[in-house]
Structure formats: C-alpha cells, structure tokens
Design a protein around this ligand. Structure first.
Ligand code: ZN
Length: 458
C-alpha cells in the first residue's frame, strides 16, 4: 500500500518574527510530484505579513484624516449603552435558543442580512457554547460606510468571547466588526462585514460565519462540515479518533483536549487562505486566543488551535494528515515560541511513526535515506524560521530528520521536554540557544554538523 508521506512544501508566506508566531496556520500541503505520487506536504503559515493592526488603539483608526463627527458625551454614552444592550441580547438569544431575540436588533429592511443572521444563529446554537458574550472594543471610522448608511453610522470592533465545551480549555476571543445605525430613535445592526478587511485574519471567518454548517461530535473530536455533508463529518470523526491515538502513542505530552476540524466549501476559513497558494495545502492548524494579539500583550495568548481542511482536499483526509495537525493542536497552548524545525519536525515525527506502524520500517527507512541523500545537501544549516516557507529545499524532511536524530540520541521524553521548554521560553534566539544546549548538548550549528555525519543503522 502506498501511503502518503508527510513532507515539505513551501509557500510565499512571510517568515515569522523570531519570537512568537501568533496568527499562524500550520498547514499540511498536498502536491503531486512528477512521478504522480501524492505527497502530503505541509507548512506552517505565518499571516503576520498580512495582519492588520489589531491593537486596541481607539485614537488611531485606519483613516485618521476622516474623523467621525463630534458628538456630545451624553450622546456617546447613550449609544454605548444601547449597543451594549444589543450585544447582551444577542448572547442571551444564543444561550436560550431564541431566534426572534437574536434578530430583534437586525435591520428589518435588510432581507439578505436577516437571512445570513438566521443562518449564523442556527450555527451558533448547534455549537452549544458553554459561554458566549460580545463586547465593544474601539470605534472605527470609514467615510464610505457613513456614505452608505448615513450620519448616525457607528462602526465598532466587537470581541466575541466564547467557549466550545471540551474544545476550548478556556474561553477564547475572536473579532467581528458591526455597523450600527440609529433609526427612529433606536439602534440597529445594519451590516456585519464593513470592518472585515481591517481586522485579524480569523475575524468574521470562523467556521460558523460562512454558511449553514453541520456539527458532528466524537469523544474528543468536533467536526464541522456543510449542512448535509454528514458522511464526511462521520469519516472525519473516525479518522481523527485514529490520529488522536497516534498522537497519544507517539508524543509523550499528556494532552487530553479535543480537536475541532472544519471541512467546508470555503477556501478562506479562519487564517487559512487556500486559494492564494501556489502549492495546495491539505489542512491548516491555526491558533485560537484567550487574549488576542494587542489586547493585553503584543503577542496575545494562545489558547489552542483549530484545524481547517482545504475544500479541494476534503476527500483525502486521513489519520496520517490529521496526526500531523493534531500534534500541532496538542502543543499549541504551550506558547508557540519553539523553532519551526522543531514544531514541524515533531509533527512529522508523529505522522511517520503512524506510517511505520502500518507499513513497517522499510518505507520510513527509505524516506530517511532520501532526505539524507537529497534534502540535506540542499541546505547549509538547520532550517531557520526566516525563509522556512520560501525555501526550495525540503525543510520539512530535514526538520523531521533532526527530530528523529534527537529522539535516537536522547529519547522521545527528553525531546518532548525540550519542545515544551522551547515553546514556553524560546522567545528569542539567545534563549533558544541556551535551552537547546542545556538540554541536548548541541547548538543548532553542532546539531547540523551531526546530522550531516548521520548514517542511520539499518
Ligand atoms: Zn505542520
């Protein structure tokens, strides 16, 4: 049986900054090689490049030259109260399953918006949030939106704080932009996408924002598919169960969380941008935040990660692909400061252990030799975060080889502890160097030299 080895890809994503890689997706890419063999290849994508500023700086809206018309303090306070009340009502409507209440503040003249909101409401109810709430962040101003909706227009960034049972260990936050207008002395929501381009990459692109969904649950899996795509949802749950067992079996961290997997029609879900890619990614694991970047700290705080599957690759979801992604999910909350070669190498390591269990050591040994013979000569150092995705070399294969080498030298437990330490404390290169040297006796330079000299025992 020919398995699809997880492997490397590259894409035009900007290299992440040396510290945290927050708005990231961890992608599994599928490319067809010239031999016609499907290789699952993968990549972590950094969206920092395209990330608009999300820092809560009310004094610095995008177009400062166009200030909103001045209002009296009393008018602003009254508006604030009215909008807060609407947001409270929306959350209560979801909690109590009351569609009429959810639609009560939506523009009665806008049939399309009302229909979309009906869909959103049904989705939110299906997710059975343990907690849901909306709050106003800062006002934004956009003259074109005012032209469209009139002088009372109030455009505001809204934080949605929620917790999906089992999936989100702690409540997490996502962003929205709502446009309110005052009509007949009453505030209503008249648009929900005017701010989308100025918010973070997951804003208004969560799986429940995009169309009517269906939710299927396993003991530690929540699959989200298009309404009616039930067979796929069930297949995902089954494959994810296998993959969870592999991650538990081959990665020592005792992670007992559940994984959310969205497999929808859309090519843009959360921070995944499958349509933009040169190489087709099969899936992506993108962070969730208990505190968004810029909210309390510049980096934000990662709560976990959700997996998003490329619509074109939905028929090829298997445990191998998912075990790679779930390794990312199972390490996401550690902090995200580990070097990419370690993050991707560890995910590849788990996937390959799964392949080894199915097909025996031969295939893995062959792949290892190919990486040594073909990939290593194309590099002159361990793959750095900078340029990881621009590299034409097989940085994923080399990362996997490095982790495999460390596991042979030190044992899997020591490698897992190294990972944890780096993920939590590898905030800059000096810290990374210190942690790596202390825990392994290697620097990145001497580890590279050892890899070059590595001749696996067969
Ligand atoms: Zn990955």
């Amino acid at each position: 049986m020919s398995v699809s080895p997880p492997e490397a890809a590259r894409r035009g994503a900007q290299a992440p900054p040396p510290g945290p890689r927050r708005w990231l997706g961890l992608l599994v890419v599928v490319a067809l090689t010239c031999g016609g063999v499907a290789y699952a290849v993968e990549q972590r994508e950094d969206d920092a490049r395209s990330r608009p500023p999300v820092t809560a700086t009310p004094s610095a809206p995008p177009n400062q030259s166009n200030k909103p018309p001045s209002k009296t303090a009393a008018a602003i306070a009254a508006r604030r109260l009215a909008v807060d009340t609407i947001l409270l009502r929306r959350a209560k409507a979801v909690r109590t399953g009351n569609e009429r209440l959810f639609l009560a503040d939506v523009d009665p003249a806008d049939t399309k918006l009302r229909q979309e909101q009906r869909t959103l409401f049904a989705n939110l109810v299906d997710l059975r949030f343990a907690e849901i709430g909306y709050s106003q962040a800062e006002e934004r101003f956009d003259q074109t939106v005012v032209r469209e909706h009139g002088p009372s227009t109030y455009l505001v960034r809204v934080l949605m704080r929620y917790q999906i049972p089992k999936v989100d260990h702690d409540p997490v936050t996502t962003e929205l932009g709502y446009t309110f207008v005052s009509r007949g002395g009453r505030w209503i929501i008249t648009d929900d996408d005017d701010l989308d381009d100025e918010l973070g990459p997951t804003a208004h692109r969560e799986p429940w924002d995009l169309g009517r969904i269906e939710v299927r649950r396993g003991p530690r899996v929540l699959a989200i598919v298009e309404k009616g795509d039930t067979d796929r949802a069930e297949a995902i749950v089954a494959e994810a169960n296998e993959a969870l067992a592999q991650v538990a079996g081959y990665w020592p961290r005792r992670w007992r969380g559940s994984v959310l997997i969205a497999a929808l029609d859309d090519t843009e879900v959360r921070d995944a941008r499958f349509a933009d890619e040169d190489v087709e990614s099969a899936a992506s694991a993108g962070s969730t935040f208990t505190s968004l970047p810029g909210q309390d700290t510049a980096d934000g705080t990662v709560g976990g990660a959700y997996i998003v599957v490329n619509p074109k690759e939905r028929d090829r979801i298997d445990e191998i692909l998912l075990s790679h992604e779930i390794t990312h999910v199972a390490t996401a909350d550690l902090g995200g400061y580990e070097p990419l070669w370690l993050a991707e190498g560890a995910a590849e390591y788990v996937s390959w252990r799964g392949i080894e269990a199915v097909s025996g050591p031969g295939e893995v040994a062959q792949w290892e030799q190919e990486v040594i013979d073909q990939a290593l000569p194309g590099l002159s150092a361990l793959p750095s975060d900078l340029g990881f995705y621009q590299s034409n070399a097989d940085v994923y294969g080399v990362s996997w080889l490095a982790v495999r080498f460390l596991v042979r030298e030190l044992g899997i437990r020591a490698v897992e502890e190294l990972y944890e330490d780096l993920a939590r404390h590898g905030t800059d290169q000096a810290n990374r160097d210190r942690i790596l040297l202390t825990r392994t006796g290697y620097t990145e330079a001497t580890l590279w030299i050892s890899l070059k000299a590595y001749r696996p025992q067969r």
